[in-house]
Each structure stands twice: as structure tokens, then as C-alpha cells.
Design a protein around this ligand. Structure first.
Ligand code: PRE
Length: 294
């Protein structure tokens, strides 16, 4: 799979060998990729025009939405979703080769909060008393472990991170549930649908705010806008509007393109219900079969 355009510049959550880096490589190839230390930095880089695209994690099958992505994308950004990639995620426990025999006396285990959460049962069972340290990405954890050969510490991340930072995999596949997938999205300032080999079903992401004078049955009315038009929803999630307790907006993913006549009708009907609707664009979804970075 590879996007067909000429080498664009792409911000990804780095450093090298994060899951996001692997997703970016699968989609854009290896040229033009630029690591950024955090998701907000990636979003800012594309918003300010330093790069053409950013690729960020949006949702994990075990842990749900990635709050930082949701916060920066849906609260006041001017960005659109141009493509989506869903990849299987395998997490491994890795240490510096000098510490390979000290796995039973680890002082701390480092990783991205999502990765720690994906391995929670494993960690609870095997390393109950070992402090868990959150890092900005799994690759940042692997890099940190590689830079401290003298410390009995471990990272959780993918095989590519172990290879890139010269770490020894002490235990493979420590994620708690077999079906561990993460959705990544490609963002840009343009409302465009990127095409790539193997690109699949269309999807449109909408942000819907309810009218100020909330009425009983409002959510039911919103859902019926889609249901009678036979528009399939692949996700509906409520998120805090951050304007006060109990104020929410809805993120709705519809399995149809925005320019479909039924979608146009649905958007008009939502507006007639006094909902504030914004579209984050229509895009193709691609599901990868083999795990990111092994
Ligand atoms: O830390 C990384 O390697 C990332 O790319 C981030 C991230 C996430 O945010 O969920 C991506 C995929 C995995 O689910 C774990 C971590």
C-alpha cells in the first residue's frame, strides 16, 4: 500500500519506530516523514503549513479514543481527515541486552499510556509492584531504555523499535487481547480523499452539537436522520464540549461519502433540527492484515 502522490512532507508521532511511524511508512513510503515529539506538535505542524500532512492515532480497539487527538482535532482545528489506516498492534517487552538476565528485578517499565493499558493484565500478573512510567510514544520508551544500559528498566513497543534501538525482546506479544487494532488518520488543511492501493470503504466523520435548548429525544431524532436513509453508522461517541458539566458533542462516523445525495439530505435535516454540524471530510479506510512492525 502506498499513497500515489509525489513525496509529501508528513508529520508523525516520533521518534523513529513508533507505531505511527510504521503506519506513515506504509501509507507514504519512507521519504518526507518528519518525527514530532507529541500529537499536538504534529497537528500544529500541519495547521501552520510546515508539513502537508500529519498522521496520528485516533482510536484503539482496546482502549478507545486517543484523547489528545480528539481534543486537538475536534476543538477548533481547521483540519480534515484524508485517509484512515487500521493496523493490528503487537506489544513486546524489551530490555537493553546488558539487562537481559535481570528481567525479574526490573525497576520500572516505560511506554505510551495506551500501550501500558493494552498490556495491563500481563503487567498486573507479572510485574505488579514495578512502577509504570508513561512516555510520549512506545518508540520514545525504547530509545530511553537504549540510552540507559546501566539501568534495569524495560520498554513496551514493537519489533521495529527493538531492532532500531538495539534492544532484546524479553517477552513477545504481551498485549492482553488478541484483537488489538489502532486506527490512524491522515490529516491536512485540504478536504481531499487520498487514494491508495487497497483503499476500501468510504467513511465521513461528522461533529454534531445539539441545539442549546436541549429537547427530550434529541439523540433519537439525530439517529433517525441516518436510519431512515439507510446510512450506516460505524461509530457514535459523545465527548465533553468543555463548556460545563453535562455538555457534550457527538462524533459520528457514517459509512458513506459526503457528496452522496442521502448524506446531503441528512446534513440538511440535522441543520433543520438546529444541530451544529461540521464535516471532517470523506475518506477511504484501509485495514492492514499483518501487525505494524511485527
Ligand atoms: O506510541 C506509539 O508508538 C504510537 O504510535 C501511539 C499509539 C497510540 O496512541 O495508541 C499507537 C498505537 C498503539 O496503540 C500504541 C500507541
Amino acid at each position: 500500500m502506498k499513497h500515489e502522490s509525489l513525496t509529501p512532507s508528513v508529520a508523525y508521532l516520533g521518534p523513529e519506530a513508533s507505531f505511527t511511524h510504521i503506519a506513515a511508512t506504509d501509507f507514504f513510503g519512507t521519504d518526507g516523514l518528519m518525527p514530532y515529539p507529541s500529537i499536538p506538535d504534529c497537528i500544529e505542524a500541519v495547521t501552520e503549513g510546515h508539513v502537508a500532512y500529519a498522521i496520528v492515532p485516533l482510536e484503539n480497539a482496546l482502549e478507545g479514543s486517543v484523547p489528545l487527538t480528539i481534543d486537538y482535532l475536534f476543538h477548533g482545528s481547521d483540519l480534515f481527515i484524508n485517509a484512515e489506516l487500521s493496523t493490528p498492534i503487537r506489544q513486546h517487552l524489551m530490555v537493553h541486552p546488558e539487562q537481559a538476565k535481570k528481567i525479574d528485578s526490573l525497576a520500572s517499565i516505560h511506554s505510551h499510556p495506551h500501550a501500558l493499558a493494552q498490556c495491563h493484565k500481563y503487567l498486573q500478573y507479572h510485574f505488579r509492584r514495578v512502577p509504570l512510567i508513561q512516555t510520549s510514544s512506545t518508540a520514545a520508551a525504547a530509545k530511553y531504555v537504549s540510552e540507559h544500559p546501566e539501568l534495569p528498566i524495560a520498554a513496551i513497543g514493537n519489533q521495529l523499535a527493538a531492532d532500531t534501538y538495539g534492544l532484546h525482546i524479553a517477552e513477545e506479544s504481551i498485549h492482553d487481547f488478541h484483537f488489538n487494532h489502532t486506527r490512524f488518520v491522515v490529516l491536512s488543511l485540504r478536504k481531499e480523499t487520498l487514494t491508495y492501493e487497497g483503499g476500501g470503504n468510504p467513511k465521513t466523520t461528522l461533529m454534531v452539537k445539539l441545539p442549546e435548548d436541549d429537547q427530550p429525544g434529541m439523540l433519537h431524532q439525530i439517529l433517525s436522520v441516518f436510519s431512515w436513509r439507510k446510512l450506516n453508522l460505524s461509530k457514535i461517541e459523545s465527548r465533553p464540549l468543555k463548556t460545563g458539566l453535562g455538555n457534550y458533542f457527538f462524533i459520528i462516523d457514517v459509512a458513506e461519502t459526503e457528496d452522496h445525495p442521502m448524506m446531503k439530505g441528512a446534513m440538511e435535516e440535522l441543520q433543520a433540527l438546529h444541530c451544529d454540524v461540521s464535516s471532517f471530510g470523506s475518506y477511504s479506510t484501509y485495514t492492514q492484515q499483518s501487525p505494524a512492525g511485527k
